[in-house]
Design a protein around this ligand. Structure first.
Ligand code: SAM
Length: 304
């Protein structure tokens, strides 16, 4: 394994790297929270894998591998779709397997997608984590932009939430901002004052094109959304990871909430945006081979 630029007792990091190269340098179980918002389409042709091995935490997998660890062999179930689709999933799948490896026993993965990808991702994550590790599907609802006339306008994203261990995961909704009641007249003044705990449907505006939060990075996600995720699923001092970091929203929120973070992106523009946004809150490093210039041009990949 290549030596990692990350150390558990080191400081926050922004790493300019292809995550496929960087993630294997990180040790098992290092992160309490992983939030990722991958690009929709990489435009990159990848080799398909027919089968793969997934670590079995209980030790009763059908194969034994390195250091006597137990593995399940999972058949690639998603290769019957068109090439662009398969290429996308063969790009994403190994990173999700890495996410599983990197999560601590009390850790949680939030995978941010949209309605086009989420159902396939659910099947894939069920096979990587186990169905019993599926915690939630969060719907992020917003109301912005053009409205289709020939179908219901799609105004939401989907965030799949998986835990490493369904009996040990950290979740503290008391740390999360509360919301106004939809029917305030039906609850007591005390409850009205306190607000209600959020459900799995989150109404939140997009990053305002004229607002303070805007970095200029096209796929930037609102801090309010990521703040809920970080607040509920990590504690102060825990390590949080975003390996499709873009403008560094995860890093910005983690720093404000006293969590440690690693943000990884292969795109030079993303690194420059994070340099401005995170300033002295992180060390900036480069890892692995330099990103391919064509990938730099293709990213950030928009989901439109
Ligand atoms: C949708 S954006 C993330 C936006 C981010 N959540 C934010 O709030 O700004 C996806 C990012 O993944 C990066 N990316 C794509 N493939 C990558 C790879 N193999 N390694 C590292 N970063 C990659 C792109 O450069 C892009 O910045």
């Amino acid at each position: 394994m290549t030596e990692s630029v990350w150390a558990p007792d080191g400081g926050n990091l922004v790493v300019h790297a292809d995550n496929a190269e960087f993630l294997p340098t990180l040790p098992d179980g290092a992160f309490t929270l992983i939030y990722v918002d991958p690009p929709f389409n990489t435009g990159r042709v990848q080799r398909r894998q027919e089968t793969r091995m997934v670590r079995n935490a209980d030790g009763d997998g059908d194969r034994v591998g390195f250091k006597g660890r137990s593995y399940d062999t999972i058949k690639g179930a998603l290769h019957s779709y068109d090439d662009a689709f398969s290429d996308y999933w063969s790009f994403l799948e190994p990173k999700l397997v890495e996410a599983w490896r990197l999560l601590a026993d009390d850790g949680t993965l939030y995978l941010h997608l949209d309605y086009r990808e989420v159902h396939y991702a659910k099947v894939m994550l069920d096979s990587i984590f186990g169905r019993e590790c599926f915690l939630n599907e969060i719907i992020w609802a917003y109301d912005y932009g053009a409205r289709a006339k020939n179908r219901w306008p799609t105004k939401h994203d989907n965030i799949l939430v998986y835990v490493k261990n369904p009996t040990k995961y950290h979740f503290d909704n008391a740390e999360v901002d509360r919301e106004p009641y939809m029917a305030p007249g039906l609850v007591t003044p005390a409850k009205r004052e306190l607000g209600k705990l959020p459900t799995d449907v989150w109404w939140h505006t997009i990053v305002s094109p004229t607002g303070r939060e805007k970095t200029g990075y096209p796929t930037q996600k609102p801090e309010g959304l990521v703040r809920r995720i970080v607040s509920a699923s990590s504690r102060e001092g825990d390590w949080c990871l975003d390996f499709f970091a873009g403008s560094g929203t995860l890093g910005a929120v983690a720093a404000k909430l006293g969590r440690n973070f690693v943000c990884v992106d292969q795109n030079e523009q993303a690194i420059e945006v994070m340099r401005k946004r995170l300033g002295t809150k992180a060390d900036f490093r480069r890892s692995g081979s330099l990103p391919d210039a064509s990938l730099d041009q293709a990213a950030p990949f928009t989901k439109a």
